[in-house]
Design a protein around this ligand. Structure first.
Ligand code: PLP
Length: 391
């Protein structure tokens, strides 16, 4: 019966196991290490001949509950929780790439993902080609004999381009590449890349999954074989594992994900429509608007368009910064998916790791502002934007 539950039910119940006291909410196992009756038992656990927790960097019951829940939600065989979204991005990529390998990734990605691919990977002899994923032909052209993986976000941070996941997955399969998608902006309740043939999904759980702005964490989902490699070949030795307390907070946050997303999306739809008709706005980027390139995939690939809207103001770099500075309800902050509405200026903040040329080439202009719509009343959000425009 549990297998038939809708995702809105699974997000609350999946992964939970009965505990010693019958507590409704699973106890937080805040322990770095686990004890054994005998050295022999410890040895058997290390040798994998006996099941049992050893040390929290290798596994923890609270973390395991989060991993079971995320695997159910994404429809994967397994999941690994990580210390941050970047730990998830790097774990997924490093599991699949070695010295001499090549990665094809989308030109526009979160700024630190861009820095990881273009700066850090260079030091380890991993080659990266960045292309516009809007056209699958661009990706196909970039594939070389040593290409091992494809990576993108969709919708993209910050300008919300949407890529066709079925087409990307089919291309990856034809060339025997591992396809990896960052699903942070959607969560599995709005988009399930694995159901479209993608091999691995990663998340910054810092965002909607936790939803309360008080945790940095990440998730990787994939096959049992792939997640075992993530855990044993990257997380165990590089060490970017989640704290059990953060896993417990995310389990708490996830229970309201479905209802939170409904409000985030409602607010984003209303604000996108408001911005679209505003004379001081040059362009609005939101896949829920008819003119957006991703609109055709709405309903097919994504259930709703999400809670992030980006827009370009008429004017200059300074016009955009001055507008953000005038807002009162919106907080100026990076991150997204929190209860509070947030605004940030990608050119000076999240996407500052790009050179101005690479940023422009990726379609991230000087006057682009990214807003994450919170859970407030949309009338107050619009009133705040209006007073900033009037000023
Ligand atoms: N992926 C996307 C799409 C993001 O927006 C971010 C952070 O903003 C990350 C990954 C990195 O996540 P974290 O900050 O949790 O390391």
């Amino acid at each position: 019966m549990q297998d038939k539950w809708k995702l809105a039910t699974q997000v609350i119940h999946a992964g939970h196991e009965a505990n010693q006291h019958g507590a409704l909410v699973s106890p937080l196992v805040q322990s770095a290490t686990f004890t054994f009756e005998t050295v022999e038992q410890g040895g058997d656990c290390f040798a994998g001949e006996q099941q049992g927790y050893i040390y929290t960097r290798l596994g923890n019951p609270t973390t395991a509950e989060l991993e079971r829940k995320m695997a159910v939600l994404e429809g994967s065989e397994a999941a690994a929780a990580t210390a941050s979204g970047m730990a998830a991005v790097s774990a997924a990529l490093l599991t699949n790439l070695s010295q001499g390998d090549h990665l094809v990734a989308s030109k526009a990605v979160y700024g630190c993902t861009f820095a990881l691919m273009t700066e850090q990977f260079k030091r380890f002899g991993i080659e990266v080609t960045l292309v516009d994923f809007c056209e699958v032909a661009n990706i196909a052209q970039a594939i070389r004999p040593n290409t091992k993986a494809l990576f993108c976000e969709t919708p993209v941070n910050p300008h919300l381009d949407v890529y066709d996941l079925e087409a990307i997955a089919a291309l990856a399969k034809r060339h025997q590449l591992v396809s990896i998608v960052d699903n942070t902006f959607m969560t599995p309740l709005l988009q399930r890349p694995l159901s479209m043939g993608i091999d691995m999904v990663i998340h910054s759980a810092t965002k909607y999954l936790n939803g309360h702005g008080d945790v940095i964490a990440g998730i990787v989902c994939g096959t049992e074989e792939m997640i075992t490699k993530v855990k044993l070949e990257v997380l165990k030795d590089i060490g970017g594992v989640i704290s059990p307390h953060d896993a417990w907070l995310i389990l708490r946050g996830l229970k309201t994900l479905d209802v939170r997303l409904a409000r985030h999306c409602d607010n984003a739809e209303r604000v996108a429509a408001y911005l679209e008709q505003h004379p001081q706005v040059a362009r609005v980027y939101y896949p829920g608007l008819k003119g957006h390139s991703g609109y055709g995939l709405l309903g097919k690939q994504m259930r709703r368009a999400g809670g992030v809207v980006a827009f370009e103001l008429k004017g200059s770099f300074d016009t955009a910064k001055a507008f953000a500075n005038r807002l009162k309800l919106f907080k100026i902050a990076v991150s997204l998916g929190d209860a509070e509405s947030l605004i940030q200026h990608p050119a000076s903040m999240t996407h500052s790791p790009y050179s101005p040329e690479a940023r422009m080439d990726a379609g991230i202009g000087d006057t682009l502002l990214r807003i994450s719509l919170g859970l407030e009343d949309s009338n107050d959000i619009i009133a705040d934007l209006s007073q900033a425009f009037e000023a």
